[in-house]
Design a protein around this ligand. Structure first.
Ligand code: SF4
Length: 134
């Protein structure tokens, strides 16, 4: 998306900012309402852009990732993990950190009110070591 200063902002950054802002506010049902509101705001701004059709298509694909899915599990690729700990900072319940700082996924499926936090951790892992299943 082109900003008023003439620079561009990747759609993924807009979605992640909306997620982060919503996560900061609350979790659970209230989180869902705030997230939907924020995503709708960003989408309407994108639609007003001259290249709005393409941007909203890309945005919709990214926003779909924010939706809840049953039996979600977090997977950390040990080969990729470099121990940045961003995942643990964003979702401490979902990630265990060893003595060297490397992450592993906490056992079990992701609680419903932490699914957005799991997506946020996935999006912010600089090594792309985190995947969400399904
Ligand atoms: S953010 Fe990614 S690379 Fe860093 S500790 Fe977590 S899984 Fe590993």
């Amino acid at each position: 998306m082109r900003t008023v200063s003439g620079t561009t902002v990747p759609g993924a950054d807009l979605v992640n900012a909306a997620r982060r802002a919503a996560l900061d506010n609350q979790t659970g049902d209230r989180f869902d309402r705030i997230l939907a509101y924020r995503l709708a705001q960003v989408r309407s701004e994108l639609a007003a852009h001259p290249d709005g059709a393409r941007l909203t298509t890309e945005f919709d694909a990214l926003a779909a990732k924010a939706r809840r899915s049953p039996h979600m599990r977090v997977v950390v690729d040990a080969e990729r993990c470099q121990g940045h700990n961003r995942c643990h900072a964003l979702a401490p319940v979902l990630f265990d950190i060893d003595d060297l700082g490397y992450a592993t996924a906490a056992p079990g499926s992701v609680p419903a009110d932490l699914e957005a936090a799991a997506r946020l951790a996935e999006a912010n892992c600089p090594e792309h070591a985190i995947t969400i299943d399904p």
